[in-house]
Design a protein around this ligand. Structure first.
Ligand SMILES: [Zn+2]
Length: 364
């Protein structure tokens, strides 16, 4: 059979070439696509998958379809670093960001500078962020929006204000204002918002200064970085059966022992292996939920404009009654120190390693 094959191929060069080509294609498409780095594939997508809105997988290991973009400018917000094309999210996320911008403006905050939300179809990013993969995370700068509209060039280059002293890990008192606290409280007040990540110094500042209602503090969790922006995360939305919920936050304000850990040496030890590849560098399509392949292959809308959210005063999520956040009991795991520390505790299996303390160029 072998001989016959070789013979017949030898006699029909065209067929041989065709078969050869098939063999090459076959080997390139099959195993290679599973091996291809997910961040390259998702990072290359300029537009969302034009299907029903759906988050698939986990915040740090997934993708999403039916994304919409927040407009670059709104009455109460401006999108920063527009060239990154990360102003995409689940429609409910975009609605919450817009709602926060309006409510914050009513509270006296001049408007939101919006950082990264997600890539058009989510997935791991080429740079920065372990999470932000399923359209349910958004970064908001702690710098108030200037009155003037920033040019596109200014939005790329304007540096953010670092709110925390890198040595003491404490908030710079000259920069922190009651309006910052109010903004975080407003964000935490939404039923859909499950978690807000801030630098440990900011958490400490809130713990030390918030009087009266402190229940919302449980949603505000300390994490590395997050010293020029805060990270707002909403829960899995209806219509996303494949969305994996995160562990519930404990019911207490988180100002005790778990916060104290951040003011020990342990979290700030230099990383022994700073050049080790990060999870996003290693993730292949095989590591993501299999539905993410279909998300990648789905047709897009005709243009970014066609998928830009114009919810106006009646955004999808904000128009629906806000469900009360279920107060789930803290899981046993949440009682142990290291796991309460990790904002991504629910991240399972293959390593999304604990993000390391890292010098963060503003913009990441
Ligand atoms: Zn973030």
């Amino acid at each position: 059979m072998k001989t016959a094959m070789r013979l017949s191929l030898g006699k029909t060069p065209l067929l041989a070439a065709a078969l050869g080509l098939l063999a090459v294609l076959g080997s390139a498409v099959q195993p290679a696509s599973a091996e291809e780095r997910a961040k390259d594939l998702f990072g290359a997508k300029k537009l969302p998958a034009a299907t029903a809105a759906q988050s698939i997988g986990f915040y740090s290991k997934g993708c999403f379809a039916g994304g919409v973009a927040i407009p670059l400018d709104g009455p109460t917000w401006q999108v920063m670093r527009p060239s990154r094309n990360r102003r995409w999210g689940h429609p409910a996320m975009i609605a919450v960001v817009e709602k926060l911008s309006r409510d914050a403006a009513a509270d006296g905050w001049p408007g939101l500078l919006i950082g990264d939300i997600s890539q058009p179809r989510g997935g791991p990013m080429l740079t920065g962020h372990a999470s932000h993969q399923i359209g349910l995370d958004a970064d908001i700068w702690l710098t108030p929006m200037p009155r003037r509209p920033l040019s596109m060039a200014q939005r790329e280059s304007m540096s953010a204000t670092l709110m925390v002293d890198e040595k003491t890990h404490l908030v710079k008192d000259a920069l922190w204002t009651p309006a910052h606290t109010k903004l975080l409280k407003r964000a935490a007040s939404y039923g859909q918002v499950e978690r807000i990540l801030v630098n440990p110094g900011i958490k400490k500042k809130l713990c030390d200064t918030v009087k009266g209602d402190r229940f919302w503090l449980r949603k505000v969790r300390p994490f590395w970085g997050h010293d020029y922006h805060f990270h707002m995360r909403i829960g899995c939305q209806p219509g996303s059966p494949g969305c994996k919920a995160q562990e519930a936050t404990p019911d207490d304000d988180g100002c005790g022992k778990p916060l104290a850990w951040w003011f020990t040496q342990e979290p700030w030890r230099p990383n022994k292996n700073p050049d080790a590849p990060k999870a996003r560098d290693l993730m292949t399509m095989a590591n993501l939920p299999s539905e993410c392949r279909a998300v990648l292959d789905a047709p897009g809308p005709s243009s970014a404009d066609a998928a830009t959210y114009h919810g106006g005063g009646v955004p999808v999520a904000a128009s629906a009654p806000e469900p009360e956040a279920p107060s789930l009991p803290a899981t046993p795991a949440a009682a142990g120190l290291p796991s309460t520390m990790n904002a991504f505790t629910a991240t399972p299996e293959i390593g999304v390693p604990l993000p390391r303390p890292r010098p963060r160029p503003p913009g990441n």
